[in-house]
Design a protein around this ligand. Structure first.
Ligand SMILES: C[S@@+](CC[C@H](N)C(=O)[O-])C[C@H]1O[C@@H](n2cnc3c(N)ncnc32)[C@H](O)[C@@H]1O
Length: 255
């Protein structure tokens, strides 16, 4: 953890926690989670360095990184949600751009609440500022691989482009945790990279980029996302959609 992160971590109260989830029971971690090695080693420049926000925290940059698909993929998440009044929704890990703002606005229509989890205090500080105008949002300093929420805390859980950044062990734990904290009858919505079709020229563009910058991402090209789910999830619980010639996927688990 760098000095900035340490200072920011002190802003999150681990004794009392954040009570903004209200109906999402949370057991408070005794010690704050530390920055995982893969995040520090591979992604420090994208998520931990203070200057990263200056570059990445713009919708057009995020949209460029996703080859113009940011709006379509965000809509794919929002359209998937089946919200009752006053639902609790979890976003696992911060996302640059307007994703969380759009999600929070969407949830406000049903007086639903959004909890955002991240392991990096500097990211939580940024998302707090970014979502300042929304009254239905709370942020939580937690590690996706061992969250402090009680089982069945949320109606819907969203994991947007996190899994490809995690080594397999962390990825499996994140998937299991996302399912654990989601109520029976609810959904976990994963959006991430996927191996594109043979005929998709983006294969040849993205393979060197991902191999160089995102060493764990190719796992999601080689294996389908359900391969990382716990054994007790049946195939009938899972539905998948693919976008942009198969480069992106949305996988929904009906819990
Ligand atoms: C969701 S991912 C990538 C999203 C997307 N590429 C974007 O444009 O922002 C990035 C976030 O995941 C967070 N993260 C990585 N590993 C985590 C973990 N184990 N627990 C919680 N958050 C994690 C990082 O701190 C970062 O804020």
């Amino acid at each position: 953890m760098n000095d900035d992160s340490r200072v920011l971590a002190e802003n999150y109260n681990y004794q009392t926690g954040d009570d903004a989830t209200q109906d999402a029971a949370q057991t408070v971690p005794i010690v704050p989670p530390s920055i995982p090695e893969y995040l520090q080693d591979t992604y420090w420049w994208a998520y931990l360095h203070p200057k990263s926000f200056w570059f990445f925290e713009r919708e057009w940059v995020v949209n460029l990184i996703l080859w113009g698909n940011m709006k379509k993929l965000t809509n794919a998440v929002l359209d998937e949600m089946d919200l009752r009044q006053q639902s609790s929704v979890l976003q696992v890990a911060c996302v640059y751009g307007d994703f969380s703002n759009r999600l929070a606005s969407h949830l406000a229509k049903t007086q639903s609440r959004l909890s955002v989890v991240d392991v990096a205090p500097i990211q939580l500080h940024n998302v707090e500022k970014k979502l300042d105008g929304h009254q239905n949002v709370s942020v939580h300093h937690q590690d996706s691989t061992s969250m402090s929420f009680a089982d069945d805390s949320f109606e819907e859980t969203v994991v947007f482009f996190l899994l490809h950044e995690q080594p397999e062990d962390a990825r499996r734990k994140t998937v299991a945790e996302a399912i654990r904290v989601t109520r029976p009858g609810g959904r976990v919505i994963f959006v991430d990279y996927h191996g594109p079709k043979q005929s998709n020229p983006m294969r040849y563009v993205m393979k060197p980029i991902l191999t160089m910058l995102e060493p764990y991402a190719m796992d999601l090209w080689h294996d389908e996302l359900p391969a990382f789910m716990p054994a007790d999830i049946d195939a009938e619980q899972i539905s998948s959609n693919f976008y942009f010639g198969g480069l992106y996927q949305k996988v929904v688990v009906n819990v």
